[in-house]
Design a protein around this ligand. Structure first.
Ligand code: NAI
Ligand code: AKG
Length: 465
């Protein structure tokens, strides 16, 4: 056997380009890096409500470094934490921040958000936004942003790999060999070629997976509440029971909603083929796990891969995935052919870096310019940037209840000045107006603010100048 020195020497000349530790750039990321930086267009006037150094940003859950860099470069004060915070600390910290960045673990409930006095925006550095009380955020005029597809490919690739691993019982063979057991078997191990993959939720992830699965020679069927164009040879099946009865592998890619809670429970497992496999990398509430355990115990389901759970630990560490977290944990881990991963579907270098760029740019555009493009709870409103010579122009950002007569009232207040351009849109109960008004003396700004602030329909206002 080689000595540690020999091993080190043997590896030291290896080209770093082949190292798995090297952070590779996906083509999308390289493309994004080469785009002109939209936040720093040189001839554009930088709008500031007050010094950007006063803007406080709290980033939790190990949000990617790309986000820290972009937000710090804006001049904001950025506080970064690797884990999520317990509710008490979160309430204390959220009191004076203007922006908070989270991933899937931090619960921004109405209770937590009610303590935020300066909050203007929330960045979910992920796809799911179910961890935020969106209704309450909207009610208090806080715009929420996410990254709708930067980690979709990563999830699809993990699921594709797990389909093969379940079919070949790779998880069990690996655990056995780690503990010294050599168990070379082919009983009930299958190729995936020619088998049918059933995808529930044919959105960004489901459709990416469809492409990968067909490349493996699988037949793809999908079930979705809306009619979606099939990719390749995939087929939409409208009847859930008929769909369940056709799939050899069934995977869930739906959002967490009241309709998707326990979407797969005992009746659905019963409707599946004997010996089918189940995968879930969407949200932990989508599968009734005690029912899955029952279905596996009687051999109805031959294997499962789970990435998400109803309760997940707030941080990394030992002895956290235990019965006190979810009461069925020890029963689940004792079953054969169950692959369990700690919510890492979207956790790749490529995805996290792209999400960091996408969400932090959206947050900066909202803070600096009022653009709500990409927001999940606001109507998308944006105006082009002001040029440097527009010195006496003020940008009014007015978030209000969507009731008749508001624009008349607001334009009446603004009409002492020249309304150069304005854009307004509404989404259910909320509406958002951006207006650029010129001929504004610095001393008028407070008066405009006070008059807008006194309007009945107002939810939140910012004036940028
Ligand atoms: N494990 C992980 O790390 C990750 C998990 N996710 C989860 O995956 C979910 C899906 O992500 P995307 O594909 O990007 O979402 P998407 O919004 O692009 O697609 C979701 C699809 O589900 C469909 N759908 C909604 N309710 C349904 C129902 N009751 N029955 C059948 N279909 C229904 C929608 O019509 C849509 O086509 C996210 O909401 C998130 O919770 C997303 C990224 C990473
Ligand atoms: O990476 C994360 O923290 C969450 C990923 C996820 O579940 C999502 O994007 O919705």
């Amino acid at each position: 056997m080689s000595s540690p020195q020999e091993i080190q020497q043997a590896f030291q000349n290896i080209s770093i380009s082949g190292s798995p530790n090297r952070v590779s750039k996906s083509p999308v990321q390289s493309f994004m890096n080469n785009l002109p930086h939209r936040l720093s267009v040189s001839k554009q006037k930088t709008l500031k409500p007050f010094s950007s150094g006063d803007i406080k940003v709290l980033l939790l859950e190990n949000v990617n470094k790309t986000a820290i860099d972009i937000l710090t470069k804006q001049g904001y004060q950025v506080e970064f934490h690797k884990a999520s915070l317990d509710e008490e600390t979160l309430i204390e910290k959220i009191k004076d921040v203007h922006c908070i960045g989270i991933r899937s673990k931090t619960k921004l409930t109405a209770k937590v958000l009610s303590h935020a006095k300066n909050l203007v925006s929330i960045g979910c550095f992920c796809i799911g936004t179910n961890q935020v009380d969106l209704e309450y955020a909207t009610k208090i005029g806080v715009a929420v942003f996410n990254s709708p597809f930067s980690n979709s490919r990563s999830v699809a690739e993990l699921i594709m790999a797990e389909i093969v691993c379940l079919a070949r019982q790779v998880g069990d063979r690996s655990i056995e060999l780690h503990t010294g057991t050599w168990n070379k078997v082919s009983n009930k191990c299958w190729e995936v070629r020619g088998k049918t993959l059933g995808i529930i939720g044919y959105g960004h992830i489901g459709s990416q997976l469809s492409v990968l699965a067909e490349a493996f020679g699988m037949h793809v069927i999908y079930y979705d509440i809306v009619g979606i164009m099939a990719i390749g040879m995939a087929k939409q099946v409208d009847d859930l029971n008929e769909f369940l009865g056709q799939a050899d592998f069934l995977t869930c890619h739906v959002p967490e909603t009241s309709e998707t809670k326990n979407l797969l429970s005992l009746p659905q497992f019963a409707a599946m083929k004997d010996g089918a496999y189940v995968l879930n990398a969407s949200r932990g509430t989508v599968i009734d796990i005690p029912a899955l355990i029952q279905a596996m115990k009687v051999g109805k389901i031959a294997g499962a891969a789970l990435d998400v759970y109803p309760q997940e630990p707030p941080k990394n560490g030992d002895k956290l995935f235990v019965d006190s977290l979810n009461e069925w944990t020890s029963e689940l881990v004792s079953l054969p052919n169950v692959i369990l991963t700690p919510h890492i579907g979207g956790s790749t270098e490529e995805a996290q870096s792209a999400i960091g760029v996408e969400v932090s740019q959206a947050l900066s555009k909202y803070i600096n310019e009022g653009s709500s493009v990409g927001s999940v709870n606001f109507p998308e409103v944006s105006l082009r940037g002001l040029s440097l010579d527009q010195e006496d122009t003020v940008r009014v950002l007015y978030i209000h209840h969507n009731v008749p007569g508001v624009l008349k009232t607001v334009n009446n207040i603004l009409s002492d000045h020249n309304i150069e351009k304005q854009f307004s849109d509404s989404q259910t109960d909320i509406a958002y107006l951006i207006a650029d008004i010129s001929g504004v003396d610095q001393k008028d700004i407070k008066d405009i603010y006070d008059r807008l602030n006194a309007t009945e329909a107002k939810i939140a206002i910012r004036l940028l100048y």
